[in-house]
Design a protein around this ligand. Structure first.
Ligand code: KIV
Length: 258
């Protein structure tokens, strides 16, 4: 059972405390980030790209999401585990959304689910039956083909107004937080001021109530596609390649085992 609860997450905004979130896909990495004191771990459908090697998040299935959510929950003691409902796992009907949220929470052990886009009825239904929902606006990767690539959105005044309206509608539908991805910093600031629930930015600047990044980017493990807003806090990919090369050398030369 996660210790950090939804009311505490919302209170952090009221107290002006920044929220921290990183993605996690397995128990060992979840444990390391949880022990460091992260507020929330997101089992993002970015797992399709960084773990499974796909070009987009679209091939991620609900079975894969549940599988990785279970692993992350097993390694997490204090953080709130939020699990993505994957592409087309919640749009067909409210019943489909309820069933798949049930799988992420009961089978996967998640404390909340995340849904991309203006899915107000789904958010209202899930929150009315006790499923905490995090919204996601801006560059929503499940709509990458419609958006025309992984690019910044919300630049025109019309788009900006629509996004503010959507954020307030998500709040009214019961969402406890909203991820804002790759939108102009001023727009992120305006949305953050317009809603009482926390905004969690990714490539959306410093005015959000919290920040989320893909952990494989932060740790320098994923080189295929590095967004410009990412800050790398370690170069573990290089360290792992170097360690592998030393191991190969030792085995081939007879230095290991001693
Ligand atoms: O899937 C994911 O990792 C996400 C974050 C980038 C917000 O949705």
């Amino acid at each position: 059972m996660n210790k950090l609860r939804i009311p505490q997450i919302i209170q952090k905004k009221q107290k002006g405390e920044k929220l921290t979130m990183l993605t996690a896909y397995d128990a060992t990495m979840a444990r390391l980030m949880d022990r460091a004191g992260i507020d929330m771990l997101l089992v993002g459908d970015s797992l399709g790209m960084v773990i499974l090697g796909h070009d987009t998040t679209l091939p991620v299935t609900i079975d894969a999401a549940v599988h990785h959510t279970r692993a992350v929950s097993n390694g997490t003691r204090d953080a709130l585990v939020v699990a993505d409902l994957p592409f087309l796992s919640y749009q067909a009907s409210l019943e489909q959304a309820v069933n798949n949220a049930r799988r992420l929470m009961q089978d996967g052990g998640a404390g909340a689910v995340k849904i991309e886009g203006p899915e107000f009825d789904t958010v209202r239904r899930l929150t009315s039956i006790g499923v905490p929902v995090m919204g996601h606006l801006g560059m929503t990767p499940q709509s990458v083909h419609q958006i025309g690539g992984f690019r910044r959105v919300g630049k025109s005044p019309e788009e900006a107004t629509r996004m503010i309206d959507r954020a307030t509608a998500l709040e009214a539908a019961g969402a406890f937080a909203i991820v804002l991805e790759m939108i102009p910093h001023d727009l992120a600031r305006d949305i953050t001021a317009a809603v009482a629930i926390p905004t969690i930015g990714i490539g959306a600047g410093p005015h959000c109530d919290g920040q989320v990044l893909v952990s494989y980017d932060v740790f320098g493990l994923f080189d295929e596609f590095v967004p410009s807003f990412v800050k790398r806090y370690a170069e573990l990919g290089q360290a792992m390649t170097d360690a592998t090369a030393r191991y190969i050398d030792d085995v081939r030369s007879g230095r290991f085992p001693e």
